[in-house]
Design a protein around this ligand. Structure first.
Ligand SMILES: [Zn+2]
Length: 81
C-alpha cells in the first residue's frame, strides 16, 4: 500500500510539471509517516557546489556504461571538495 501512496504522489507531481499547473514540489520535500498518518514538509536548499545542479556542474549526462564508470570514477563521479 505504501508504494502506491508515494507512487500516486510522484505521478501527480510529474503530471503537474508536464502540463504546467499547480504548485510543483520543487525545493521542498514531503515526509510521509504512514503509521501515524502524518505528513511533514521541509525546504530543500540548492547546494551551489552540487556536481549536477551547482554553479560549475561536472556531471552533465547520464551514465550508460557502468563498467567504464567503475573503472574511471574520477571522470564520472568527481569527489566533492
Ligand atoms: Zn544538485
Amino acid at each position: 500500500m505504501l508504494p502506491g501512496v508515494i507512487g500516486v504522489m510522484m505521478a501527480t507531481e510529474a503530471i503537474k510539471y508536464i502540463i504546467g499547473i499547480g504548485e510543483p514540489l520543487i525545493g521542498r520535500l514531503i515526509l510521509y509517516e504512514a503509521l501515524g498518518m502524518k505528513y511533514r514538509e521541509v525546504k530543500i536548499y540548492r547546494d551551489e557546489s552540487c556536481p549536477i545542479c551547482g554553479e560549475n556542474p561536472t556531471i552533465t549526462q547520464l551514465i550508460d556504461d557502468y563498467d567504464a564508470a567503475a573503472e574511471n570514477p574520477e571522470i564520472f563521479a568527481p569527489a566533492a571538495d
